[in-house]
Write a protein that binds this ligand. Structure first.
Ligand code: ADE
Length: 254
């Protein structure tokens, strides 16, 4: 997979992408990620990439030409038309499902807007989809693009040590993850659950599944409606809800 980020802030993107797991994967040749400076493609002698909006109004709008020329050079280098994403608060909400879908693509180009946005004509010409990372407005698309690259990059082959690093975690299977513990076995009077010391993997897996169901019910009950639950999961949730109700009933009586 190759990812190209078209941006006015290459240094900002490179700093993040050179760090931690994604940085290591890039250096090991597991991820092919490049940042392109849109400004390098302007024909303006002053290096201009933006201008005042037609019709008046606040701020500056990024012009079509530098973005389109940047895109053309990406297509040329990739030797194929990439899937083009425009980071925008108007886009579809980014989800783990979308990250999985993107991680299977060969070539992706992410366009980062700035100022008051990008001339609509270049969006209409080159963009395949708009993605938002949440219902709030950032100063530019870079932070959002980095979120997408991080979530997608870690799913690519050879980036994490083992596939179970992401198949067991929150959102991958439609549930939130179970709680994790490490040394020491007791801290501030709080003990690690006994079952995790037993070495019985069958029981540990069952306990983890149950904790995952409890976590999802307590923190994101909306996710349970879409989750792929077994009859055993449903029976456990019913029993857990019953236990919770009984406990709150006892507390009210006390
Ligand atoms: N650019 C500005 N705000 C954004 C958001 N919420 N998501 C994606 N791109 C953005």
């Amino acid at each position: 997979m190759r990812i190209e980020i078209a941006t006015l802030f290459v240094d900002m993107c490179e700093t993040v992408l050179d760090t931690s797991i994604i940085g290591r994967a890039r250096r090991a040749g597991k991820l092919d990620i490049h940042c392109r400076d849109i400004r390098a493609y302007t024909l303006s002698k002053q290096g201009r990439v933006d201008d005042a909006p037609y019709g008046g109004g606040f701020g500056l709008v990024m012009q079509t030409e530098p973005i389109y020329r940047c895109y053309q050079s990406i297509v040329e280098d990739m030797g194929a038309k990439p899937h083009v994403i425009y980071m925008s608060p108007q886009g579809k909400p980014f989800t783990q499902q979308k990250a999985i879908e993107l991680s299977k693509m060969d070539n992706i180009c992410i366009l980062c807007g700035h100022y008051e946005g990008v001339d609509q004509r270049v969006i209409d010409e080159i963009v395949d989809e708009e993605i938002s990372i949440g219902d709030y407005v950032l100063t530019g698309g870079e932070l959002a693009a980095l979120v997408v690259v991080d979530a997608v990059g870690r799913l690519c082959e050879g980036v994490l040590a083992d596939e179970s690093c992401y198949t067991d975690e929150s959102h991958y299977n439609g549930l939130l993850e179970y709680p994790q513990y490490t040394r020491p076995p007791e801290w501030m009077g709080r003990k690690v659950p006994e079952i995790l010391f037993t070495g019985h993997h069958g029981n540990i897996d069952k306990w983890r599944r149950q904790k995952s169901l409890e976590n999802t019910l307590n923190k994101r009950p909306d996710m349970l409606e879409k989750a792929d639950l077994t009859p055993e999961d449903r029976a456990y949730l019913e029993e857990y809800r019953f236990r919770q109700q009984a406990q709150s009933g006892w507390r009210e009586e006390e």
